[in-house]
Structures are given as structure tokens and as C-alpha cells.
Design a protein around this ligand. Structure first.
Ligand code: IPE
Ligand code: IPE
Ligand code: MG
Length: 228
């Protein structure tokens, strides 16, 4: 049974974490992956239903080739390497974004883990890779047009997203203190709550999920009405 709370995470600060330790930026990404596992376990223990993880934006291709190649390598090797972790903990993986420009090894690895975790239902994790909110909206509109739909409405766009069955994000949390969305989930952010924490992503653990849930519980969501 999947619970309904949906948390989106902008996992930022890997580079700053590594630089502070006189390490290459790639070491920060590896440490970020370890943080991700702690946070995912925290999400399961605290009955979160959905996590959407911002792993690589449509703009992150602007980074040095070495860093991009390292991240693409992580998406292929680590994703399959962590299959026992996903299955032991009931984690189902979904892909969010435009997979086509990724290296074929990464695409194969992602298809593989998506298939091998399809029966899990404790936590749904959307991996946002080569994801951009603007690109997501354009791809949804193009899908609708290809189906012959000539009138675009909010429902048409939402129902043509990559995983329309995933409910809109409830709360977006960003690490490393930045106060922007950086093209993350911009459609569903319409009424999402937002929190930002100074802590750099590789330092996150399961208690940071508890803090997000607490912050969310204190918000009065009004959706344009008068609220509670
Ligand atoms: C986030 O950390 C990870 C990715 C964008 C892939 P950064 O790499 O952006 O870390 P900072 O912002 O440079 O510290
Ligand atoms: C957003 O972080 C993308 C991911 C976390 C994958 P960035 O570090 O790329 O965002 P900006 O450039 O600071 O806005
Ligand atoms: Mg950053």
C-alpha cells in the first residue's frame, strides 16, 4: 500500500561539500548518493508515499564533461548496484524526464531497475534525470497534440506527464540554502509548499525527512480558498 505524501527533493550542495574537503566535485556526488539512501530509509520509516529526486537537470549538461560523465556513470552503475537495497526496502523506481539523450548504458540500467522494482509498493521514487519542468510541459503538450487533442487544458497537460498516476508534489525541499526551484516540478509546484535548509545534501540523513514532514504539518494549505 502506497501512502500519499509526496516530497520532492532538490539535492544541492554536493560540489560545495567536496570543495570544503579539498576533494574533487565528483566525491561530493558519491557522498550524495549515500545521503540519498539514508533519506530514502527515513522516508519509508515516516510513511512517505512518494519521493521525487532531482538528480540531473536539463541545464546540468552545461557542466564540465568530466563531471557529466561521472554522473552518467553513477546513473548506470550505482542504480543497478543498489537493486538489492531497493528490493529489500520495497522501493519502486520510476523515471522522470527525457531519457533519450542519456548514454545507452544508463538507459539500459534504468529500464532494468524500473522493471525489477515494479512490484514494490512501500515507497515510489521518481528519479528526475535530464529533467526540466519546462521540458516536461512541452513534452506533455506534444504528446497531446500527437493524440489529436487540439485544445490544451491543465488536465490535458497533467494527464500527459511521464507518470501521470503520481500525485502532485506536496512539499519541495532544497538543501544547501538556495531559494529557487531551478526548473524542478514547476507545474506541480503551483500549490506545493517549499522549504530550504542550509545543510549540504551529502550531510542529510533520515532526520531531515522528519523535519520536512514537521514543517509541512504546520502549513495551512489553502489552494486559493480560505483554508482551515
Ligand atoms: C547538486 O549538487 C547535484 C547536481 C546538480 C547533480 P551541485 O553539484 O549542484 O553542488 P553545488 O551547488 O555546486 O555545491
Ligand atoms: C539543481 O541544482 C539541479 C539538481 C539538484 C539536480 P543546480 O545546482 O543545478 O541548480 P542552480 O544552477 O544552482 O540553480
Ligand atoms: Mg548546485
Amino acid at each position: 500500500m502506497v501512502n500519499s505524501l509526496h516530497i520532492g527533493l532538490i539535492m544541492d550542495g554536493n560540489g560545495r561539500w567536496a570543495t570544503a574537503r579539498h576533494l574533487p566535485r565528483t566525491a561530493g556526488h558519491l557522498a550524495g548518493l549515500k545521503a540519498l539512501k539514508r533519506v530514502a530509509l527515513g522516508a519509508i520509516r515516516n510513511n512517505v508515499g512518494y519521493l521525487t529526486l532531482y538528480c540531473f537537470s536539463t541545464e546540468n549538461w552545461k557542466r564540465p564533461k568530466e563531471e557529466v560523465d561521472y554522473l552518467m556513470g553513477l546513473f548506470s552503475e550505482k542504480v543497478t548496484g543498489e537493486l538489492p537495497f531497493f528490493n529489500d526496502n520495497g522501493i519502486r523506481l520510476l523515471f522522470l524526464g527525457d531519457m533519450f539523450p542519456l548514454p545507452s548504458e544508463a538507459q539500459e540500467a534504468l529500464h532494468f531497475v524500473i522493471e525489477k522494482t515494479a512490484a514494490n509498493d512501500r515507497l515510489i521514487v521518481q528519479l528526475a534525470i535530464n529533467y526540466g519542468g519546462q521540458d516536461e510541459i512541452c513534452r506533455a503538450v506534444n504528446r497531446a497534440l500527437e493524440k489529436g487533442i487540439s485544445r490544451i487544458t491543465p488536465d490535458v497537460i497533467r494527464s500527459n506527464f511521464d507518470n501521470p498516476e503520481v500525485p502532485p508534489v506536496d512539499i519541495i525541499a532544497r538543501s544547501a540554502g538556495e531559494m529557487r526551484l531551478s526548473n524542478f516540478l514547476i507545474w506541480d509546484a503551483a500549490y506545493a509548499e517549499f522549504v530550504s535548509y542550509e545543510k549540504l545534501w551529502p550531510d542529510w540523513d533520515e532526520y531531515d525527512i522528519v523535519n520536512i514532514i514537521k514543517a509541512f504539518g504546520q502549513r495551512n494549505r489553502k489552494f486559493g480558498g480560505l483554508g482551515k
